[in-house]
Design a protein around this ligand. Structure first.
Ligand SMILES: [Fe+2]
Ligand SMILES: [Fe+2]
Length: 474
């Protein structure tokens, strides 16, 4: 007579779902992976997300296409959240020292080095979204099928969340590839793609380690911010947005438009922060986690500006969105000096004339969307000021020294208005009246003559208008 109790015949009380809904008794009765095997896999996932974070971040600055710049900013941030979750989980698994910085397999190292070194956007997109992310997802799926869902429930949860966002990332990437990569280009990639497959196979010891392809010469970060063709006249500092917004005699509605310009101009912050994150080595993990969160927020602020322009029926490509700030910081300052400038600007945003003022202006403008944008922008900036206090100030011992250093660095890259004009890089054309007119047409209103006549430039001013303590960016 067979035993009536078995994982297949066992029935929970009144046939309720068993095992807290994790899995069936049959699944839970399979031994699955031991701690050592499980941790070895989690460390591989951790390594993959860390390298992906490195690649996404390093390629933000010089990527010209705005949609990719903001997409990479998003995906860089998502990767850090999964790195964080995996670190925490490995730390729960009797593994001190964690050994999270070790390379799990030389083939994996080369695999990610290859994608980091991808010479063009096309290679980069295909390498990331058709090779790296799908391969990581396959590995996560096999973890779910190999591990015991009851004993390893905390890892299963981390892996399921990771898969959710990986799917979104892969979908985004594939849609970009559909639009940007044609059959001819794809053909030219075939040797490299084969090499990537060989590296993935070598990482499971299924074949010998192949040679490097693009990563034969080691990757060199490109600090020059690039923009796509919708961004014109990149040195233009012809419209002093802060001077407009802080002029109490001007009406709130056109100020909302000017504020949208300030938001979309923030695309220079991820361009600059990517350089700090990429060029600052040997910091604790928390530094990269928080700095990347801030980078992503700044990309979101730029997109809020984009959304605002579109919602108000105004063509943002007619606005001159300078790359002067990220270009100068990335090429004339050390990573530490760049961080100092960022910190200095962001602490200034916490004053009465900073983000609160912009939010109140959003409300006063009569555009409910503007108020929402500024409400969240303000909340993000409070977080950023705290991130600065955590990772920047401690290097100085006290806040005053930290601020003074930021002020000095900022002063050093005082407006180069005259210089760029004399070099013929821009005429600092006043684009404001045309944009304001276009907005008034779309609102069905007559332009306010004083607002329309605005013609204050950034000549001789640094973009933070020190006396009103408002940020250029940030
Ligand atoms: Fe910020
Ligand atoms: Fe911002």
């Amino acid at each position: 007579m067979t035993n009536p109790i078995s994982p297949t015949t066992y029935r929970p009380y009144r046939d309720l779902p068993p095992l807290a809904g994790l899995c069936t008794h049959e699944e839970a009765a399979r031994p699955g992976l031991g701690i050592e095997a499980c941790v070895a896999r989690l460390k591989r996932f951790h390594y993959a997300f860390r390298r992906l974070h490195e690649i996404f971040t390093a390629r933000i600055t010089a990527e010209p296409i705005y949609e990719l710049k903001t997409g990479f900013s998003h995906h860089s941030y998502l990767c850090t959240e999964h790195v964080e979750a995996l670190r925490k989980r490995v730390g729960e698994m009797r593994e001190p020292p964690l050994g999270l910085e070790a390379v799990p397999h030389p083939a994996l190292e080369i695999f990610f080095d290859e994608i980091l070194a991808a010479p063009t956007t096309v290679e980069l997109l295909v390498g990331l979204y058709e090779k790296a992310l799908p391969a990581l997802d396959v590995a996560l799926v096999s973890h779910l099928s190999d591990t015991n869902k009851l004993v390893d429930a905390p890892s299963v949860r981390v892996v399921r969340f990771a898969r959710l966002e990986l799917a979104d990332m892969i979908d985004f990437g594939k849609r970009c590839i559909d639009r940007l990569v044609d059959a001819e280009q794809r053909k030219s990639l075939s040797d490299w793609l084969v090499r990537l497959d060989e590296l993935l196979a070598a990482a499971t010891d299924a074949c010998p380690l192949p040679d490097r392809f693009y990563s034969k010469t080691s990757y060199c970060y490109d600090p020059l911010p690039r923009r796509d063709e919708r961004f014109q006249d990149l040195y233009n500092q012809g419209v002093n947005a802060e001077a407009f917004i802080y002029d109490e005699s001007l009406p709130a509605k056109p100020k909302a438009l000017m504020m949208l310009y300030k938001r979309i101009r923030e695309i220079d912050v991820p361009e600059m922060m990517a350089s700090i994150i990429t060029q600052t080595k040997e910091k604790p993990w928390g530094y990269y986690l928080e700095m990347t969160r801030q980078l992503w927020d700044e990309a979101r602020h730029a997109m809020m500006g984009e959304v605002g322009f579109v919602a108000l029926g105004v063509d943002w490509t007619k606005v001159r969105i300078t790359h002067n700030w990220s270009l100068r910081l990335n090429t004339e300052c050390t990573p530490m000096e760049r961080h100092a400038v960022l910190y200095f600007i962001e602490q200034g945003l916490m004053t009465r004339t900073g983000k609160r003022f912009e939010w109140e202006l959003g409300i006063a403008s009569g555009f409910p969307l503007m108020a929402t944008i500024q409400d969240y922008d303000w909340a993000d900036e409070v977080l950023h000021a705290a991130i600065g206090r955590r990772w920047y100030t401690p290097q100085f011992g006290d806040i005053k020294k930290a601020l003074d250093y930021g002020d000095q660095c900022w002063t050093r890259i005082l407006s180069n208005w005259r210089e760029v004009r004399d070099q013929g890089l821009t005429q600092h054309e006043n684009w404001w009246p045309a944009i304001y007119d276009a907005a008034c047409v779309s609102w069905g209103e007559t332009p306010d003559p004083r607002a329309r006549a605005f013609a204050t430039t950034y000549e001789g001013a640094r973009a933070d208008l020190k006396d009103v303590a408002v940020g250029a960016s940030g």
